[in-house]
Design a protein around this ligand. Structure first.
Ligand SMILES: C[S@@+](CC[C@H](N)C(=O)[O-])C[C@H]1O[C@@H](n2cnc3c(N)ncnc32)[C@H](O)[C@@H]1O
Length: 257
């Protein structure tokens, strides 16, 4: 993903549906007084503010590499809450956190077998890690995008880029937490279901997520052709029903050191 492939407006179109797993993840966190938390890939910061308020954190840092997403974060300012532009890969904080939290962002970061130990090392004793990873990579929305990206003229213009899948098998995260010495853990695969207006709405959904990765790499005219090819290929693969029943798999995990 390029740093600024994000379009906060398009992403916010399904904010209610997209925030449900955030609140489910937040429910897994054990509240404790005076937490120091970091939200990795915080986006606009709207949900980081919800985390900060709900847990009554002493200090919360929202980190994101997209300046466009962070532009919105000023609206969510609060005492003890700050936002910083930076990548998860180069994040080198000045002290330990009681909570390392990430909602729908770490699937963009490669090398989870190395990333999990690094994130665990950011925790104070007794600290918590809470992560939500979207896991719909085998859904037609994702399969079709990869398929179209491999075809010409898009493949040449994309330099053979196809959005990668960094997710490990779900049970591998449980093994990682175990090997890293976490005392308690819960790793679950959840199917979220959404009633969208029609199958066309699914295209609007992915325009705010995975398709942004292609949009940022293609000239506007070529992206228009990419989108049209994608739409024509995807729609016959989805049930022609109103409302459209959209399933979305997500991995929610929480572990305590
Ligand atoms: C799907 S959005 C989720 C935003 C927010 N957590 C939410 O739930 O609304 C993913 C965010 O992760 C950020 N992101 C992706 N890869 C990143 C990385 N390597 N370092 C920092 N942020 C990253 C993107 O810029 C984007 O804002």
């Amino acid at each position: 993903m390029t740093a600024d492939s994000w379009d906060p407006g398009q992403y916010a179109k399904f904010l209610r549906e997209r925030s449900a797993p955030f609140f489910d993840l937040l429910d897994l966190v054990e509240p404790r007084p005076g937490l120091r938390a970091v939200d990795l890939g915080c986006g606009t910061g709207e949900l980081t503010r919800a985390l900060h308020d709900r847990l009554g954190c002493r200090e919360t840092l929202g980190l994101d590499r997209s300046a466009k997403m962070l532009e919105k974060s000023a609206a969510f300012a609060a005492p003890g809450l700050r936002f910083e532009e930076g990548t998860v890969e180069s994040f080198a904080p000045d002290g330990p956190f009681d909570l390392v939290f990430s909602n729908a962002a770490l699937h963009f970061v490669e090398g989870h077998p190395d990333l999990w130990p690094r994130l665990a090392s950011l925790l104070a004793p007794g600290g918590q890690m809470a992560v939500h990873l979207p896991a719909n990579q085998d859904h037609p929305t994702h399969v079709t995008a990869r398929e179209v990206a491999r075809e010409e003229p898009f493949a040449a213009a994309l330099g053979a880029y196809v959005h990668p899948t960094h997710l490990l098998p779900v049970e591998a995260y449980a093994v990682l937490f175990h090997r890293l010495g976490f005392a308690r853990q819960s790793v679950k695969l959840v199917v979220y279901t959404h009633l969208l207006e029609s199958r066309e709405s699914v295209v609007e959904w992915v325009k705010g997520s995975i398709l942004t990765e292609y949009q940022s790499r293609l000239a506007p005219e070529l992206y228009g052709r990419f989108l049209e090819t994608y739409r024509q290929r995807l729609l016959p693969r989805l049930a022609d029903e109103r409302p459209f029943f959209f399933t979305f798999k997500r991995v929610l995990m929480h572990a305590t050191k």
